[in-house]
Ligand binder design. Structure first.
Ligand code: UGA
Length: 451
């Protein structure tokens, strides 16, 4: 049965969720205060980079199931459920999440609702936020309106958000009110009934904490494998095989065991810090999450040493080609990317950085400073002394490594995502290949002479 839904905030979470709810058949209105964003969406544009989103927005807008407006009142009146999907950035003076946008949205929604409406938090919010949202709503609703709250955290990955929404491992709904629970079950029924996706019903506090626990666990999993990669390098073992060897144990699982240059993005760093702030406030010592965060900060700095080493001990005067600037592949997002730590440090040490990123993030030069951003991979590789693979863009796998190696002054590759194998890189003409968590390899001198 169709549910009338309003989504407050057309950022990443709001826009993807709104478009996907419409795709499931619901009647959706997305709201944003920024008029230029709404104008863009109304004229068929998409303000964020997410594979597959444009098509879903276009299809559902054309079908009349998805609309965009700047007016909360217009969107919220007569809605069954209103999702809050506004930002919860880290506060400037502490590691706590800044909830001012969530509370402001709750107040505005409450003033506009009529009849029974469920106000749902999609934004990642600390434990207890939904209780406060309920208080704010109750203090601001009109005489004939009734309100209940629910927490419905999202588990979408940038770059894979549509698939994560449509084929989730689970849906978590925290609601202390039976009617709210029923509305949420109706919203997700196309997934729970047709696709057998499990829906876990909890208290609001449990749902709120589940989101932080999921992100903290995944972040810790990556920090763990990164630590094992360092150990592999020290003892001559291979991390790819270690990951496979432990990941095939179904208790551990294969995903999120790829070693890399440190995790970034708008979620893991912010959410682990916020979880630690909540733990401290409640006098609980979350040592594992603390260690995962610290290890990750160290890891980003460790990458500076790796590049210096791959350049033979000094980067001054070296031309370094860098593939990938964003925090991971398939996104244009640079938030908390390792590139922001690594590249300014290398430039400071006198390296000439020529960076290429398929998403061409417009703020790259502004954020990093002294680097050349190139329009093509070939431009970046031309005359380089080292090629650094920094982001795991799938498209890199289709590049002609032979051509890239031939263009370089010194064909050395430092693969910080283990995207290539040493065999592949050396066969393409690279003379040295260094991945993470494995012994570096050189092209046998005889082979080079024979060619
Ligand atoms: C993450 C979670 O994966 C989502 O479930 C969650 O909904 C989202 O945060 C959120 O809270 O909104 P996202 O930040 O898009 O999603 O990115 P991930 O794909 O999780 O990657 C995070 C970082 O970990 C990236 O820097 C990535 O390169 C790194 N990573 C990931 C690794 O280094 N190794 C891996 O095996 C996986």
């Amino acid at each position: 049965m169709t549910v009338r839904i309003a989504i407050i905030g057309t950022g990443y979470v709001g826009l993807v969720s709104g478009a996907c709810f419409a795709e499931l058949g619901h009647d959706v209105v997305c709201v944003d205060k920024v008029a230029s964003k709404i104008d863009m969406l109304n004229s068929g544009g998409i303000p964020i980079y997410e594979p597959g989103l444009e098509e879903i927005v276009r299809r559902n807008s054309a079908a009349g199931r998805l609309r965009f407006t700047t007016s909360v009142t217009e969107a919220v009146q007569r809605c069954d459920a209103v999702f809050i999907a506004v930002g919860t950035p880290t506060k400037s003076d502490s590691d706590h999440a800044d909830l001012s946008y969530v509370y402001a949205a709750a107040e505005e929604i409450a003033k506009s609702i009529t009849g029974f409406t469920v106000v749902v938090s999609k934004s990642t919010v600390p434990v207890g936020t939904n209780r406060r949202v309920l208080e704010i709503c109750r203090a601001n609703i009109g005489e004939n309106a009734q309100v209940a709250v629910a927490s419905n955290p999202e588990f979408l990955r940038e770059g894979a958000a549509i698939n994560d929404f449509m084929c989730p491992d689970r849906i978590v709904v925290g609601a202390d009110d039976q009617r709210a629970q029923e509305v949420m079950e109706r919203i997700y029924s196309p997934l729970t009934i047709s696709r057998n996706v499990p829906l876990i019903s909890t208290s609001t506090e449990t749902a709120e904490l589940t989101k932080y626990a999921a992100n903290a666990f995944l972040a810790a999993k990556i920090s763990f494998i990164n630590e094992m990669a360092d150990l592999c390098e020290a003892v001559g073992a291979n991390i790819n095989d270690v990951s496979l060897g432990i990941g095939l144990d179904s208790r551990i699982g294969r995903r999120f065991l790829n070693t890399g240059p440190g995790w970034g993005g708008s979620c893991f760093p912010k959410d682990t810090r916020a979880l630690l702030a909540t733990a401290e406030q409640n006098n609980v010592n979350c040592k594992i999450v603390q260690a995962a965060l610290e290890a990750n900060e160290d890891r980003k700095r460790l990458m500076i040493e790796k590049v210096i080493h791959a350049c033979g001990g000094a980067v001054n005067g070296k031309r370094i080609a860098v593939f990938g600037l964003t925090f991971k592949g398939q996104t244009d997002d640079m938030r908390e990317s390792t590139s922001l730590v690594l590249l300014p440090a290398l430039a400071q040490l006198g390296a000439q950085i020529c960076a290429f990123d398929p998403s061409d993030p417009h703020e790259a030069s502004e954020l990093i400073g002294n680097i050349n951003t190139c329009k093509t991979p070939e431009q970046a590789a031309e005359g380089a002394d080292l090629l650094v693979i920094l982001t795991d863009w799938m498209i890199f796998k289709t590049y002609d490594l032979k051509q890239l190696a031939a263009q370089m002054r010194r064909a050395h590759m430092l693969d910080l995502r283990n995207m290539y194998s040493s065999t592949e890189a050396l066969a393409a003409g690279f003379t040295n290949y260094t991945g993470l968590g494995m012994p570096p390899t050189k092209r046998p001198a005889l082979l080079a002479v024979a060619e």
